[in-house]
Design a protein around this ligand. Structure first.
Ligand SMILES: [Zn+2]
Length: 118
């Protein structure tokens, strides 16, 4: 099977940039693209994400958003700032970076677990 490269796009698990790693159960199914970090969680995690229903994925994504927001909040707590208007540009960007990575890390963690996280 030949899979065309898909250079631009995001990983279907963590929403970070994918690394041209595709999975499809058969040639007739669309290819799901993944990043190397998610692949490191194991092929079972990749298959789990690919075959998960939208309703199930919504629950996982909600939990990942919570985890990301906790990371961003912890960063703000560390700065001693709670008013977003008081943030310097680099602090604003770092808060978002931590939130996004918190989301990605939680999605990878949940996909690698056998039981649902709720
Ligand atoms: Zn990923």
């Amino acid at each position: 099977m030949t899979v065309p490269k898909h250079d631009v796009g995001v990983c279907i698990v963590c929403l970070l940039r994918h690394n041209n790693i595709g999975y499809s159960p058969t040639p007739r199914h669309p290819v799901g693209w993944f990043c190397t970090d998610c692949l490191d969680t194991g092929i079972d995690a990749i298959k789990k994400a690919y075959h998960m229903s939208r309703k199930q994925l919504d629950v996982y994504e909600e939990r990942a958003v919570e985890a990301g927001s906790e990371e961003a909040g912890a960063y703000l707590d560390g700065l001693g700032k709670s008013d977003l208007a008081d943030l310097e540009k680099h602090e604003w960007l770092e808060m978002w970076r931590r939130g996004l990575l918190g989301y990605a890390n939680e999605m990878q963690k949940m996909m690698s677990e056998n039981a649902p996280p709720f």
